[in-house]
Design a protein. Structure first.
Lengths: 418, 297, 278
């Protein structure tokens, strides 16, 4: 169980363009850290730099305080699960799992290797398949073998490179839970790369959001959700993604295509010096059908009026899509943001996740209610979240760290008892 | 930092050439050097048995060859042989490829094994087999066709026919394997889509399968054409050039090794080399054969 | 009903293909088993099975012609194959795995050599070999055989090597392997089948050679079997060369058939993945 520190890490390829630009991360003992970002964000490159498969152009990489920038992969004692599993096709399942132990030249006796392989196989429910070759395994079984190869040794840390991306949806959720449980039980420092924000949110103690090689925010999932530092993080975290509504800022009143609203005094401090055209971020789940609310509730929030284009009924909620025309002053910023988030078109619609009891139908005009205190406002030029509350962020960080420590202590206790 | 990257690239280049050097040197030594020698001696009057009478006669050898009807006769025979065998092989090879692709699973390996036997067999052995099958002294073909007195090797067309048959038998398997790999790469759902769109078997073949196999067909065609143009073994064994069946390769061999006319033989070697290069050029320029692409890179 | 007819139809087609492929081989077998009196009977089958042709080439009058040729063929082809595969493995590794200028040149050159007319090389090689004493020697055949076997070996192996999942080498390094361990324990086992298949194809090509064999040798010191076969005809010790030639032909065809039977799958994959010529 090790501490991993990245300090001002830079990766530059032949053309001089930095694939990773000045990234610093502290990864604590036993912590589960997610590197997340859209394609081209450099998340896999960063992971491969940690494990030693890519050279570090500049900066410092330390494991347990020791500088290991130039150490060979084998000297770092890190275990990695590759995206395509990288199983050795000529070796059986047992031999694949035993492979790292075999390479240590006599550090483990034959009996000890067998025992460890069996223990890993039992943990991963691979006991019946030990003699089979990888070609004869299902996707989920291959995934387990790859994990077996990682847990069989006493590695300083586990590294995962998009390990679930080749599995179908159902298996992905199952394996996600298993990885989470295993990491908790073993309490091993873990760095996990994914492009899927759901995986990031569900698995990580902390999530590092990357965009084009630059670290955007490194925080707990809840802090990312409640207090994103910028447009990119706000748009990347959450599903369905946060709605971005173009607004015109006139003396603190925000004019959107669907109506005008204003923020509570406490959150609008920065809006006074802000530019005229801004982006308001409202999460789909923060919208409610005003028709279903009583008068008092309606008065306590803000209302927007729009025509419903398409509805999608999901059982536990209804998605209503409301298209709008973005003002030319803001359209470019919205388009660019959408491209950064791996989107294709421009985000000129709002999605509201409504209660399934709503009577809203396609073609209806609907009144949407929301709490203005939950609205975030961003500067379209810099992307900065003008409504971010640093004190709340601090509270969330402390709470998450405390929860993590408790879980870690429990796991250690259990390990000692076993 | 950039120097470090270029050092790495330099190291890779060094290693690459170090590993490749032995093969590259051997290939250059066994082809480049001899062909230069051939060009050099093609300008000499040079007979190995009469080395004192060696002198530069400039283009005289080429003049003699290109004005000799025998040269044009061998060119004509070689081209005819090439066109006939390659055309038949392409059709037959395509049929064989279809059989290999569609045969019942249980017999498929056996079909493939059978087809590989002509490919693996020595050309000279194949030539002897076909020769003895038709030969007036030993052949059963005359008996079977009820024409016992007919000498197959007694005139040009029948000799030519037997040579073609032997060549086609021996080399069709190779062409069919190349076509098979092209066939196998056509996605099944594309054919299903064509079926749903209402295409008949023949329309699927001509409108979907063949256009999508163009690269594989062209490569098979190029290699077989070049191979057929160099035909030597079968002619040597079956007729030894009798009945005007000599090919360019056979003529060259006869001049240099048979009669030890090294000057003349070298000139013929150069002309043969240029002919092959010309065919290659025609394929690449006119038919736009992209070898790298066809090899699946 | 139609499924059944379909099955019968395909069995018939497969049989036709098998007959096509095997008929000339069967004919040569039949011819080799004919007695001296039978050879000229112009029938497909021998009246009685007679082994005298095989006796002739192994112990009889033709043994001095055939046995040395067999030894030459086996020795020269095996050595040429070995050298070609070793050198091609190095080159193909470089081409498939490393990024360096000149890669394309190497592949293009190999391709150019493989379409080179062999006869064009024979005339100058004949002169050079005579001058430096390589004429009618094993080395004098092994070197030109490399011009036949090296190009196709390079192409075939490069195609095989491109398919190797090289990230396994990195996985092994993360698992704690040194570069050498990663190569020996992971890459070698994965590359071995491709190398083996290439060796078979290269051997077939060397085994098939006739032009070099007949042009660059003059005695049994180096003359390989295909070249020796045509000398049976000129030998005056026995009456009918057809039977003896057929027997000798069968002897050199049997190894081919065995290899094809054992490794047909590998040969097909080798020929279709990177083959340049047969």
């Amino acid at each position: 169980m090790s501490v991993i520190e990245l300090k001002n890490i830079v990766k530059r390829y032949g053309d001089g363009y930095p694939a990773i630009n000045d990234v610093s991360l502290d990864i604590a003992e036993g912590e589960f850290v997610i590197l997340v970002g859209p394609s081209g964000s450099g998340k896999s490159t960063l992971l491969r730099m940690i494990v030693g498969l890519e050279d570090i152009t500049d900066g410092e990489l330390r494991i347990d305080k020791e500088l290991i920038n130039d150490a060979a992969p084998r000297e770092r004692n890190l275990a990695m699960v590759f995206q395509n599993y990288a199983l050795y096709p000529h070796l059986s399942v047992a031999e694949n799992i035993a492979f790292p132990l075999m390479l240590t030249k006599g550090q483990y006796s034959k009996a000890e290797i067998d025992e460890r392989v069996n223990r890993a196989a039992t943990l991963l429910e691979l006991g019946d398949h030990l003699d089979r070759k990888p070609a004869n395994l299902s996707g989920g079984q291959r995934q387990r073998v790859a994990m077996g190869r990682a847990i069989v040794r006493d590695a300083n840390a586990f590294l995962f490179d998009e390990p679930l991306s080749n599995l179908d949806a159902k298996l992905r959720i199952q394996m996600r839970t298993e990885i989470s449980r295993m990491q908790r039980n073993l309490a091993v420092t873990t760095v996990y790369v994914t492009h899927d924000q759901t995986e990031a949110m569900t698995l990580g103690d902390k999530v590092a959001v990357l965009k084009k090689g630059v670290l955007q925010q490194y925080a707990s999932p809840q802090e990312l959700y409640d207090e994103p530092v910028n447009l990119f993080v706000g748009g990347f975290i959450g599903s369905p993604p946060m709605n971005f509504l173009p607004v015109e800022n006139v003396d603190g009143a925000l004019h959107s295509p669907f109506g005008t609203f204003s923020l509570p005094e406490a959150r609008s401090a920065k809006l006074r010096e802000a530019p005229r055209y801004l982006v308001a971020g409202i999460r789909p789940e923060d919208f409610h059908d005003a028709a279903a609310l009583d008068e008092a509730k309606r008065a306590s929030g803000a209302l927007l009026t729009a025509e419903v284009d398409v509805t999608e009924w999901l059982g536990n909620e209804v998605y209503a899509y409301l298209p709008f025309e973005a003002a030319p002053e803001i359209r470019k910023a919205l388009e660019e943001l959408d491209r950064d988030l791996d989107g294709e078109g421009t985000r000129t619609q709002v999605v509201a996740a409504l209660d399934p009891s709503t009577a809203v139908a396609e073609g209806d005009e609907v009144q949407l209610w929301f709490d203005p205190a939950k609205v975030m406002v961003f500067d379209p030029e810099t992307g900065e979240n003008l409504t971010r509350d640093p004190e709340n962020a601090q509270r969330l960080a402390e709470a998450s760290e405390a929860a993590r420590r408790r879980a870690l202590d429990r796991a250690r206790e259990q390990q000692q008892r076993a | 930092m950039s120097t470090r990257l270029s050092n790495r690239a330099k190291g890779e280049m060094k290693l690459g050439w170090l590993l490749s050097a032995p093969a590259v040197i051997i290939l250059l030594a066994v082809t480049g050097y001899p062909i230069l020698q051939a060009v050099y001696y093609s300008f000499f009057n040079y007979r190995l048995t009469d080395p004192d009478n060696r002198f530069v006669n400039w283009g005289h050898n080429y003049l003699v060859i290109l004005t000799d009807p025998l040269w044009w006769q061998t060119i004509w025979v070689t081209l005819l042989l090439t066109v006939v065998t390659v055309a038949v092989e392409l059709v037959l090879g395509f049929a064989l490829a279809l059989v290999m692709l569609n045969a019942l699973k249980s017999v498929r390996p056996w079909v493939r094994t059978a087809i590989l036997i002509p490919y693996g067999i020595i050309t000279v052995v194949a030539a002897f087999s076909w020769k003895y099958a038709f030969d007036l002294g030993t052949g059963f073909v005359g008996t079977w066709l009820s024409m016992p007195g007919f000498d197959w090797f007694g005139d040009f067309w029948s000799s030519f026919l037997v040579i073609c048959a032997a060549e086609i038998w021996k080399t069709t398997p190779f062409i069919s394997l190349l076509l098979l790999s092209g066939l196998a790469q056509i996605p099944g759902d594309m054919l299903e889509a064509a079926t749903v769109d209402g295409a008949t078997w023949w329309q699927r073949m001509s409108k979907v399968i063949i256009p999508n196999m163009k690269a594989a067909i062209m490569v098979a065609l190029l290699f077989r054409t070049l191979d057929a143009f160099r035909v030597f073994d079968s002619v040597f064994v079956m007729t030894a050039g009798a009945q005007d069946t000599a090919t360019v390769s056979f003529l060259t061999y006869n001049q240099s090794i048979g009669q030890l006319q090294l000057g003349m033989g070298s000139a013929l070697s150069v002309l043969l080399f240029l002919s092959v290069a010309l065919i290659c050029l025609i394929f690449i320029k006119i038919f736009k054969v992209d070898l790298a692409q066809a090899r699946g890179e | 009903m139609s499924g059944r007819r379909h099955t019968i139809w395909w069995i018939v087609i497969s049989l036709v293909v098998a007959v096509y492929a095997l008929f000339p081989v069967l004919w040569i077998v039949s011819l080799s088993l004919k007695s001296a009196g039978d050879v000229a009977n112009r029938k497909f089958w021998p009246t009685t099975v007679d082994w005298s042709n095989y006796e002739l080439i192994f112990t009889g009058a033709a043994k001095d012609l055939f046995l040395p040729a067999l030894v030459n063929s086996i020795g020269i082809c095996l050595i040429a194959t070995l050298i070609a595969v070793v050198l091609a493995t190095l080159t193909a590794y470089a081409v498939a795995r490393l990024d360096f200028p000149g890669k394309k040149f190497i592949l293009t050159m190999a391709l150019a050599v493989s379409i080179f007319p062999v006869i064009s090389l024979v005339t100058p090689l004949f002169r050079i070999w005579s001058a430096i004493g390589l004429y009618d020697t094993w080395v004098g055949l092994i070197i030109p055989y490399l011009s036949l076997t090296l190009p196709i070996s390079i192409w075939t192996l490069a195609a095989f090597f491109r398919q190797i999942p090289w990230e396994l080498e990195q996985a092994a390094q993360v698992d704690g392997a040194t570069s050498f361990q990663a190569f020996r324990k992971v890459i070698v086992p994965l590359a071995a089948p491709g190398v083996f298949t290439t060796a078979i194809i290269a051997f077939f090509i060397a085994w098939n050679d006739f032009v070099y064999g007949i042009s660059l040798t003059s005695t049994s010191a180096a003359r390989p079997v295909p070249a020796a076969l045509s000398f049976f005809t000129g030998a005056s010790q026995f009456e009918e060369p057809a039977g003896a030639i057929s027997a000798a032909a069968i002897v050199v065809t049997v190894p081919i058939i065995i290899i094809v039977l054992l490794f047909q799958r590998q040969i097909v994959s080798g020929l279709t993945s990177g083959a340049v010529k047969g």
